[in-house]
Ligand binder design. Structure first.
Ligand SMILES: O=C(O)CCC(=O)C(=O)O
Length: 322
């Protein structure tokens, strides 16, 4: 686990500030829980499509295939998206999968909470300041299980298009199949080597705002496995606040004269706005307050210099997953 030694009063916030992404080892989630969930999830995704679609009734929660959100984003994957706080939603899941999900989610949620405590410590905040935003009654915590079968069509096919996570924090685990890539601040995409024994932590847009840009949300995407490779299976816990939670830079973090880079909003407003955009859109853009000399966060201009010399990523190229 990170040791909480990130003193972000200064310019250097370490990997959290520079990249918005890091690996947690020795996190305490028993491998047996992740293995059990992986096996149950694999059995679920191996069911006939018609059976899986029976679990798709609670959109946007439930089973999804290829379509991500309702604005035309597609990827070579199928998934289950569930609400943690409302008992994983109203639809039924195979009981053994539900039990495995409940056990795994409880453990990984604890890791998310501890990471937020360490981050708060590092920022000089009250230790529980961030954790209690996402782990209170009514908070909007989600868990997502993604399955990316090998794609026989071509290599380099988009599994999950580039995006930042809108929540405060995300905790990701995958099986041994790679495909996840993150964007560095200079616009370069780098692959993340899969490591089922580690958890990967993403800073979300809301944490970027709460820290007034000291921590930056990380753009990431997934390239689907090629023909002959094993499927990729990932499980992500998203720590989101209650809909009425105000998202604004924490006053304790603002130095003398430091202005907020964002106009105030609630998590409910931001989530609604995010649902109306495409995955790769700069969702924080409309909430930024332009200031002289400010580097736009996560915006498309941010990497325009790099984009000029690199070919654009391949367009989504998907067919029926099953
Ligand atoms: O599958 C992965 O590794 C990442 C998926 C992801 O970014 C997401 O579900 O938001």
């Amino acid at each position: 686990m990170p040791q909480g030694n990130c003193k972000c009063g200064g310019a250097d916030c370490g990997p959290v500030g520079a990249v918005g992404f890091f690996r947690a080892t020795n996190h305490g989630v028993p491998a047996a829980l992740a293995d059990a969930l992986e096996a149950r999830a694999a059995a679920f995704f191996a069911m006939p499509l018609a059976d899986k679609l029976e679990h798709a009734s609670a959109r946007p929660l439930g089973y999804g295939n290829k379509s991500i959100g309702s604005n035309g984003d597609v990827g070579w994957l199928e998934y289950l998206l569930l609400s943690v706080s409302s008992g994983h939603g109203s639809f039924s899941l195979p009981p053994s999968l539900r039990a495995a999900l409940d056990e795994y989610t409880a453990a990984v949620r604890e890791v998310g909470g501890r990471v937020l405590e360490l981050m708060a410590d590092g920022l000089g905040l009250d230790r529980t300041a961030l954790r209690r935003m996402v782990q209170v009654a009514g908070s909007d915590e989600l868990v997502r299980v993604n399955h990316y079968p090998a794609c026989p069509l071509a290599s380099g096919v988009t599994g999950f298009g580039e995006h930042t996570d809108p929540q405060v924090v995300s905790v990701l685990r995958s099986n041994r199949t790679g495909g996840l890539q993150i964007m560095l601040r200079d616009g370069r995409w780098v692959p993340v080597a899969p490591d089922p024994s580690s958890l990967f932590i993403n800073v979300g847009d809301s944490l970027q705002v709460l820290t007034n840009g000291r921590f930056r949300s990380v753009k990431h995407r997934v390239v689907a496995p090629e023909a002959g490779q094993h499927s990729r299976l990932s499980v992500i816990y998203f720590g989101g606040p209650a809909p009425s939670q105000r998202i604004a830079p924490l006053p304790e973090l603002l130095r003398d004269g430091e202005q907020s880079l964002y106009r105030d909003f609630t998590w409910g407003e931001y989530k609604n706005a995010a649902y109306k955009t495409r995955l790769g859109d700069n969702r924080l853009g409309p909430f930024e307050i332009p200031t002289a000399g400010m580097e736009p966060s996560n915006s498309d201009h941010h990497c325009s210099a790099i984009a000029a010399v690199q070919p654009p990523p391949p367009p989504p190229h998907v067919g029926q997953v099953y």
